[in-house]
Design a protein around this ligand. Structure first.
Ligand SMILES: Cc1cc2nc3c(=O)[nH]c(=O)nc-3n(C[C@H](O)[C@H](O)[C@H](O)COP(=O)(O)OP(=O)(O)OC[C@H]3O[C@@H](n4cnc5c(N)ncnc54)[C@H](O)[C@@H]3O)c2cc1C
Length: 371
């Protein structure tokens, strides 16, 4: 019988950050990951943007953990040589009607404590990004990009240096709450296993609602049910038309198709947003929606060609309706499962927030479980 002190289910950037943080003060921390390698799902199918925190409503976990994560991520990148670039971002109102949306964003950003925001006029936009045409923009100095795989690898190295363990090719398919210990069942490298742990952290990304149901939680009643919201990316061929990140004004909770330079400067467009039933990372959308956004933001630039690039799938909370879908990070003792922590609906800005999420979960563990 294998026994752990803490098991984290899911070796994405968030599960690894949580495990790394917990391993600093606890023995016997394990990450169980169903794939052969870590971080092969959302954690390597995203925009790689270090968000500033202006988008998320003040008072939400996303706002708090994103702004904190932004500062910590830049510090980590500097201290640990993780590739990142503080490129800055323009959020562009292409018409007068969109300007009030910018004002709302700035106000929200200020409430969230985002530093380095500036309103830029038409001429200013032209100076900063000569190909972009807009009436007004917000410049956010603290937005940037990071290499997501390197960040996941860093968290894994911290865990291993602290005697923690990552077990890949190991899928959890059932969990039993036996009062003072959890029995996890599943298959590891094709063989069945039983694994015991005092504490379980569910960081299963797109499967986290299913994993919560394993322990007996009613995911529909609790609002934990996920749907899959896919986003495709296209890439601009040839010379990059912008140097920094360029976003439209957001549409509701969706940030819109944006332009994101990668570490080499090549510019990705996307992601768009549509519901799917299956996890399939092939690009399914045609180029129309992407070219439309290019023409809206860069009406004077002729001859831009784009090609399909990649796709990601967001774990979207099904029950949020029109309200804001916040991260769910919850110790389930009030639902009768002491020592079981759920992380559900961990979509954007989960990459940016990952260092802060690790600390947040470690705090829950110290305050509520490790007594
Ligand atoms: C299209 C898109 C763009 C995004 N852009 C950004 C961005 O620019 N900036 C930003 O900050 N955030 C962004 N995000 C969000 C960010 O990518 C996620 O918040 C983050 O990667 C989630 O990490 P995770 O570890 O929770 O999930 P995942 O990376 O999905 O990891 C979950 C892991 O759990 C494993 N697993 C699942 N079930 C089991 C099981 N039963 N047993 C064992 N293992 C299991 C999976 O294999 C997986 O490895 C984006 C997301 C998407 C989809």
């Amino acid at each position: 019988m294998e026994e752990a002190n803490i098991v984290v289910i899911g070796g994405g950037v968030i599960g690894l950050s949580v495990a790394a943080q917990l391993s600093k003060t606890n023995e016997g921390v394990y990450v169980l990951e169903k794939n052969r390698r870590i971080a092969q799902e959302s954690s390597s199918h995203n925009s790689g943007v270090i968000h500033s925190g202006i988008h998320y409503p003040h008072g939400t976990l996303k706002a708090e953990l994103c702004t904190r994560g932004n500062t910590e991520l830049y510090r980590l990148c500097r201290d640990q040589n993780i590739p990142c670039k503080r490129l800055g971002k323009l959020t562009v109102a292409v018409s007068e009607e969109e300007i009030p949306d910018l004002d709302r964003l700035v106000k929200n950003g200020e409430e969230n404590g985002v530093k380095g925001m500036r309103i830029i006029d038409k001429q200013g936009i032209k100076k900063m990004e000569p190909n972009i045409v807009g009436e007004m923009a917000i410049y956010t100095e603290s937005t940037g990009i990071v290499e997501p795989d390197e960040l996941s690898n860093y968290f894994m190295s911290v865990l291993k240096n602290n005697n923690g363990t990552v077990v890949t090719d190991t899928e959890v398919t059932g969990i039993e709450d036996r009062g003072n210990i959890y029995l996890l069942r599943g298959s590891s490298a094709g063989k069945k296993f039983n694994f015991y742990s005092r504490t379980v952290v569910n960081s299963g990304g797109l499967n986290s609602d299913q994993i919560a149901s394993f322990v007996g939680l009613d995911v529909d009643r609790l609002g934990y049910r996920l749907t899959y919201k896919k986003g495709d990316y296209y890439r601009i061929k040839g010379d990059p038309p912008v140097k920094m990140l360029v976003y439209p004004v957001p549409q509701g909770n969706w940030l819109g198709i944006h332009m994101t330079p990668d570490m080499a400067g090549s510019v990705k467009l996307g992601p768009n947003s549509y519901y799917v039933d299956e996890i399939d990372y092939s690009v399914e959308s045609n180029s129309d929606q992407f070219m439309e956004e290019v023409r809206r933001l860069m009406p004077a630039v002729a001859g831009i060609e784009i090609q399909p690039d990649s796709a990601g799938i967001r774990p979207a909370l099904a029950a949020h309706g029109s309200s804001f879908p916040d991260f769910i990070i919850k110790h389930e003792r009030e639902h009768g499962h002491y020592g079981f922590i759920n992380l559900i609906g961990m979509d954007s800005p989960g990459l940016t927030a990952s260092p802060a999420i690790g600390e947040y979960v470690a705090q829950i563990y110290e305050n509520e479980i490790d007594e």
